[in-house]
Design a protein around this ligand. Structure first.
Ligand code: NAD
Ligand code: TYD
Length: 333
C-alpha cells in the first residue's frame, strides 16, 4: 500500500510513520508536511530512504495535495496546529489548517475514491466532571484548537453522509512519548526538570488528563484504518487518568529533581478541567492500550535524557521566544 501521511514530521505523525514502515514492510509512505515549528526533519531520521518521501507543503494547497496524492491508496491526516495555548494566542492558523486544510484533503480523497482517516482529539467533546465520553457524547469544544478540530471532524461526517466518501475519524486522549514538542506539559516538565528550571503548573494543578502512550495510539490507528467503518468515529483513550500535579511530581522523581521547582502560575483561559475517554467501540475491533502511565513515563523520561541532540537546538530557536511570551511574566522572570 502507498499511503499519504500528512503532518508526518510532527510528534504523533512521525511516530506513526516509524511504526507503520516496520509493521508493514511492503508499504510506502509519502509525507506531506508544511514543516512549521512543530515539523522537524530530525523526526524522520532512521526511516528507510527507499520507502518514504517528504513533500514540503500545505494541506490547504489543492495543487500540492493533488500531486502528493499521486498513486496513493489512502491518506491519514495528522497535520494540524495542535497546541491549545497557541490557539488562545493566535487562533487564525488553526482554522486555516485544521478546518480548511481538512476540507481540501477530503475533497481530494473523495475525488480519487480513497480512504481518508482523520486524526482527532477527545478535546472536541469538551470537559467532563464524571464518567467518560463515548462517541455518542455531544461535541462541545472549549478552545479555538478543539473547535477547529471539531470543525474538521464535522466536515468528515458531512462528506461521508452527502457523497458517501470513505472517510472516518479516530479521537485520542492526550498522547505522550518520544519526539513530542516541549510546548506540551510532559516534555516541558522533563526538560525543565533536567535543567533545574521552574515548572509552570496552571492554577491548582488538579486538572485531569487521560494519558495514552503514543505507540498505543499507533496501533489504534492501524486497527481503525483496517477495520473501521466509513462515517464512524472511534475513540482511543489511555489506561490512566491523572491530575497534572501528579504527572509533574512523577517526572520530578524520575528526573531526580526537586519539588521546589513547581511554580503555580495563572490559569489557562477557559481551561478544560477533566478529560476521560471511553474506547469500547475501538476495543470491539480488537484494540487495547498496552502501556501503563508508569511504564510509558519512564520510557519517555529516558528518551529525552538520551536524546539531547533532538531538543538542544529546539530550545534555542522559536521555542525560546514562545516560552518567553507564554511564561516570562507568569514565572516572574
Ligand atoms: P504536532 O504539532 O507535533 O505536529 C503537527 C504536524 O503538522 C507538524 O509536523 C506540522 O509541521 C504539520 N502541519 C501543521 N500545519 C500544516 C499544514 N497546514 N500543512 C501540512 N502540515 C502541517 O502535533 P501532534 O501532537 O503530533 O498531533 C498530530 C495530530 O493528532 C493532530 O491532528 C492533533 O490534533 C491530533 N491529536 C494530538 C494529541 C496529542 O496529545 N498530541 C491527542 C489527540 C489528537
Ligand atoms: P497540554 O500538554 O498543553 O495538553 P492539552 O491542553 O491539550 O490537554 O496540557 C496538559 C495539561 O497540563 C493541561 O491541563 C494544561 C496543563 N499545563 C500546565 O499546567 N502547565 C504547562 O506549562 C502546560 C503546557 C500545560
Amino acid at each position: 500500500m502507498k499511503l499519504l501521511v500528512t503532518g508526518g514530521a510532527g510528534f504523533i505523525g512521525s511516530n506513526y510513520v516509524h511504526h507503520r514502515l516496520v509493521a508493514h514492510p511492503d508499504d510506502e509512505i509519502v509525507i506531506l508536511d508544511k514543516m512549521t515549528y512543530a515539523g522537524r526533519p530530525e523526526n524522520l531520521e532512521g526511516l528507510p530512504e527507499d520507502r518514504f518521501r517528504l513533500v514540503e507543503g500545505d494541506i490547504a494547497d489543492r495543487d500540492i495535495v493533488h500531486s502528493a496524492l499521486d498513486g496513493c491508496d489512502a491518506l491519514i491526516n495528522f497535520a494540524a496546529e495542535s497546541h491549545v495555548d497557541r490557539s488562545i494566542e493566535a487562533p487564525g492558523e488553526f482554522i486555516t489548517t485544521d478546518v480548511f486544510g481538512t476540507f481540501v484533503l477530503l475533497e481530494a480523497a473523495r475525488d480519487l475514491g480513497i480512504r481518508h482517516l482523520q486524526i482527532s482529539t477527545d478535546e472536541v467533546y469538551g470537559s467532563i466532571d464524571e464518567g467518560s465520553f463515548t462517541e455518542q457524547s455531544p461535541i462541545e469544544p472549549s478552545s479555538p484548537y478543539s473547535a477547529s478540530k471539531a470543525g474538521g471532524d464535522l466536515i468528515v461526517r458531512a462528506f461521508n453522509h452527502t457523497y458517501d466518501a470513505d472517510a472516518l475519524v479516530i479521537r485520542a486522549s492526550n498522547n505522550y512519548g518520544p519526539r513530542q514538542h516541549p510546548e506540551k506539559l510532559i516534555p516541558l516538565t522533563i526538560l525543565n526538570a533536567l535543567h533545574g528550571d521552574s515548572i509552570p503548573v496552571y492554577g491548582n494543578g488538579m486538572q485531569v488528563r487521560n494519558w495514552l502512550f503514543v505507540q498505543d495510539f499507533c496501533t489504534a490507528i492501524d486497527t481503525v484504518f483496517d477495520k473501521g467503518e466509513a462515517g464512524q468515529v472511534y475513540n482511543a483513550g489511555g489506561p490512566d487518568e491523572l491530575p497534572n500535579i501528579e504527572v509533574v511530581m512523577t517526572i520530578l522523581r524520575l528526573a531526580g529533581a526537586d519539588e521546589s521547582l513547581i511554580t503555580h502560575v495563572g490559569d489557562r483561559l477557559g481551561h478544560d478541567v477533566r478529560y476521560s475517554l471511553g474506547s469500547e467501540r475501538t476495543e470491539g475491533l480488537g484494540w487495547r492500550a498496552q502501556v501503563s502511565f508508569e511504564d510509558g513515563i519512564g520510557r519517555t523520561v529516558a528518551w529525552y535524557r538520551d536524546n539531547e541532540d533532538w531538543w538542544q537546538s529546539l530550545r534555542a530557536g522559536e521555542y525560546r521566544e514562545y516560552y518567553e511570551r507564554q511564561y516570562g511574566t507568569r514565572l516572574g522572570s
